[in-house]
Design a protein around this ligand. Structure first.
Ligand code: SAM
Length: 282
């Protein structure tokens, strides 16, 4: 299995977005690094190809793919984030590239409904699903006055419990199995699926989301191509310099206080799969 390390965070996420992405993006709790989206698009597609993100968030993949002269279509279930994605597209892309990018509101579990017109024609699906763990923005003012640092009604992308940000365990697995099967049908034979996920810890245990993703994608018919470590720490003079959020630092401190050997996670797993040219006889 080819293994690579991409140093995509030599500059911070804020720096990578500054002056390009709109300030509203800060409200979305789990965005892809623009440098990572560019790297995936450049590595696994060519100018003129069709790139899709089936869980598009504020549109990072779509914006970066269109800026690199790909046609790019994103699907996002929350109208709130789809609106931010469209605003980013209008704000960032020059008039010549603006028509390359499109966002559709829809459910990635029903890709046939929302992207049926693209079935079998997509060159690259690049997507980062929810990570089956809580994500949210820090409410420091709330915390300072004795409240929750990450209020529960603001977690996991939406108060709507059908958003997959809330799915855990078997429900998460079943939904992601449907989504990867939908991605398979969307891609042309030979097309590539790239997923970006991150391990998380819950109840003292690590959730190996990359392992689960590779099982689900292979069950959907994909061939496993490569595992890339997308570094979220910077490399400085040969050392890794982490940039943890206050939330991450707090969580690791709490875990250690409970006696768990926790460390900061300073990478995401970027997995590449191919839809075989010829269907597998098995
Ligand atoms: C990790 S975020 C993706 C962020 C994106 N890569 C970006 O840079 O903004 C996952 C996204 O999946 C969306 N989502 C959750 N359930 C979904 C579903 N059933 N269909 C489509 N999108 C969904 C969430 O609302 C969230 O915006």
């Amino acid at each position: 299995m080819p293994l690579a390390v991409w140093p995509v965070a030599q500059t911070s996420a804020q720096y990578q977005r500054a002056g390009r992405y709109l300030p509203e993006c800060a409200q979305h709790p789990a965005k892809m690094l623009p440098e990572l989206a560019r790297r995936i698009v450049t590595e696994y597609s060519t100018p003129g190809s069709l790139v899709v993100d089936v869980m598009a968030g504020i549109g990072t993949t779509v914006v970066e793919a269109a800026a690199l002269d790909r046609r790019a279509v994103g699907v996002e279930v929350e109208p709130r984030w789809a609106d931010v994605a469209r605003a980013n597209i209008d704000h960032i892309l020059d008039p010549g590239r603006r028509p390359l990018a499109e966002i559709r509101v829809g459910d990635a579990r029903k890709l046939g409904d929302v992207l049926g017109d693209l079935a079998g024609t997509v060159d690259l699906v690049c997507t980062s699903p929810p990570y089956a763990c809580d994500v949210g923005n820090m409410a420091k003012a709330n915390w300072g006055s004795g409240g929750d640092l990450c209020p529960s009604d603001e977690r996991n992308y939406s108060t709507d419990r059908s958003n997959l940000g809330h799915a855990r365990g078997a429900a998460y697995e079943a939904a992601m199995a449907d989504i990867y099967a939908g991605c398979f049908a969307l891609l042309r034979p030979g097309g590539v699926l790239v997923t970006v996920t991150k391990h998380s810890r819950r109840g003292g245990r690590t959730l190996d989301l990359a392992g689960l993703t590779s099982v689900l994608a292979r069950r959907a018919g994909f061939t496993y191509l490569a595992h890339v470590i997308a570094l979220h720490a910077a490399i400085r003079d040969g050392d890794l310099v982490a940039r943890p959020s206050f939330w991450q630092t707090t969580q690791v401190r709490k875990s250690r206080a409970r006696g768990e050997p926790a460390h900061l996670t300073v990478h995401e797993d970027c997995l590449a799969f191919r839809r075989p040219e010829v269907p597998d006889a098995h």
